[in-house]
Design a protein around this ligand. Structure first.
Ligand code: ME8
Length: 526
């Protein structure tokens, strides 16, 4: 197990556009980031988990106008009624929430950009090109696709499938072309900076073609951060947005906090915004002399019906539609377990229902309820003291220890699906152990009380290890399990159980009150 870092483990989600309400694609990124944050907290590291909203730019402005209101009112409404509530729906444990319209951000963005201007990194020029408002990005001619059907004769954005607009503007440019070689050198020296491998390859081959200077201001609308030396321009929304990762942890304002927290350990993003994070953002930081983040991890698409899920194509699903039926723990578990992190993955109601029933209700949940029920039935709800172990107990303890090590190694390579698969080896071993040991049969023989005690104590120990290992994925269910094991009094709060110590067998204290509560995961009706 790696040593706790000497500085803060800092993880981020993208800051999401407030043009619309969150769907499960956004929740997916946030759940994975939250899982990683909680895991590292349980490793007893100092963790900072940031999320927030991206509120400037043309896309948000146009949505506000279409809804007959101003951008600020619209953003306030979406943040309070949609983006902040969804964090509760999915049990996110973020330490901060940044909005790009806050002064703590806006003022620092102005200073950052002024610094680049003063250093000669920014010049005035003009540009004409194809702009996708949904991406908030100029596209290269080679990126575009030919429209068909209603869009016949038009050029479309390859991500949104919607026509681009030709924009011609006089504006300010960042000398990004100067960073081509520096970035290639950086990727070379830091082979894990962009992950997974496919994302790294894409970024490297993109940068190898040579970077162009980047237009960093707009003058045709004013919903943005004003360019400090030319008030007729606002700063390009992506430059403004990327800086959130620094401004939120004290860049230019609280040096002590910034030094402690920066650089970010992992920026989690979808692959749609990989280049912004793996090319533009490091180039900006190099230009300003600020250390670069340690890792950008770009995950795949969540597909619904085989297509990238999106509100505009009416495949968008709100997280609450799923949590209302399955609960937040099952929502989190499903997305962490069912999708190989980094690859695309399909969501379907059948799939989540099948996993819920098999893995949560019949697997983990049933294990917890049968152990609690038997301790109540045979030992009046008081955890019995174990007698001598047999090979079966030693084998179960060994599975537990291995599950801890394998899950931790999987989290280290940012593979939550593998981490949960490793933990499930213990769920299965514990259920198998009980089936083989048949405590209900042993209970019939009064002379076997000690054997019965050992079986139930060992089963409860497996549950203790599972509560610690699954807490990052399913905090609510694990808190209830911890309570039902009567573990808090002797061992302290679940969230404070050190991961490194979780596999040490025999921590539960005999005599602890074991209670039968409601099922952790009630079975679904047919
Ligand atoms: O791009 N599958 O915000 P955004 C998986 N404001 N993930 C998905 C997804 C899907 N179908 N749909 C969305 C922006 N996501 C900028 C970011 S950061 C400085 C600025 C997730 O609201 C995924 O993480 O369009 C993707 O990168 C992000 O939402 C895009 O959110």
């Amino acid at each position: 197990m790696p040593d706790a870092a000497d500085s803060t483990f800092y993880v981020t989600t993208p800051i999401y556009y407030v043009n619309d309400a969150p769907h499960i694609g956004h929740a997916y990124t946030t759940v994975v980031t939250d899982f990683i944050a909680r895991w590292h907290r349980q490793r007893q590291e100092d963790v900072w988990f940031l999320t927030g909203t991206d509120e400037h730019g043309q896309k948000v402005l146009r949505t506000a106008e279409a809804n007959k209101t101003d951008a600020r009112t619209w953003a306030d409404r979406l943040v309070e009624n949609a983006w902040k509530p969804v964090l509760e729906t999915i049990d996110a444990s973020n330490d901060d929430f940044i909005r790009t319209t806050e002064d703590r951000h806006v003022e620092r963005v102005k200073e950052f950009i002024q610094g680049l201007y003063d250093a000669g990194e920014i010049f005035e020029g003009s540009y004409e090109g194809a702009y996708c408002v949904a991406c908030e990005e100029y596209k290269q001619p080679g990126d575009l696709i030919e429209g068909t059907g209603e869009f016949a004769g038009q050029q479309l954005c390859p991500i949104h499938g919607r026509p681009v607009e030709i924009l011609a503007e006089k504006n300010y440019f960042f000398r990004m072309s100067q960073y081509t070689d520096k970035l290639l050198e950086f990727y070379e020296r830091n082979p894990d900076f962009v992950q997974p491998e496919s994302a790294r390859n894409e970024v490297v081959s993109f940068v190898k073609q040579g970077l162009q200077d980047l237009s960093i201001s707009r003058s045709t609308f004013d919903w943005g951060v004003t360019v400090p030396w030319d008030e007729s321009h606002v700063i390009y929304v992506w430059i403004d947005a990327l800086l959130n990762y620094a401004t939120a942890v004290g860049y230019g304002a609280d040096d002590e906090k910034f030094r402690r927290t920066w650089p970010a350990d992992i920026h989690f993003v979808g692959k749609d915004i990989l280049r912004f994070h793996a090319v533009i953002w490091p180039a900006m930081l190099m230009a300003a002399g600020v250390p670069l983040p340690r890792k950008v991890f770009a995950h795949g698409w969540l597909l619904v019906g085989g297509e990238k899920m999106s509100k505009s194509k009416l495949t968008g699903i709100a997280p609450a539609e799923i949590t209302d039926t399955f609960g937040s723990d099952a929502f989190r578990y499903y997305f962490l377990r069912a999708i190989a992190f980094g690859s695309d993955g399909s969501f379907s109601w059948e799939d989540i229902a099948a996993r819920y029933q098999a893995e949560l209700a019949n697997g983990f949940g049933n294990l917890a309820s049968r152990v609690a029920a038997m301790v109540n039935k045979y030992f009046d709800g008081s955890l019995p003291a174990p007698a001598a172990s047999t090979e079966a107990e030693e084998a179960l303890a060994a599975v537990a220890e291995r599950a801890v090590a394998e899950a931790d190694a999987a989290v280290e390579r940012v593979a939550p699906h593998d981490a949960l698969a490793a933990v499930w080896s213990l769920v299965e071993a514990a259920n198998g152990y009980i089936t083989e040991q048949q405590p209900w049969a042993v209970a019939k023989d009064e002379s076997q009380r000690e054997r019965l005690a050992t079986i139930l104590y060992s089963s409860a120990e497996a549950l203790r290890v599972l509560a610690v290992l699954l807490n990052a994925a399913m905090p609510k269910a694990c808190a209830r399990l911890w309570e039902s094991l009567g573990a808090a009094e002797a061992l302290g709060a679940l969230a404070e159980q050190p991961l490194a110590d979780a596999g040490r067998w025999g921590q539960l204290v005999p005599g602890a009150p074991v209670t039968k509560g409601d099922a952790l995961f009630p079975r679904l009706d047919a």
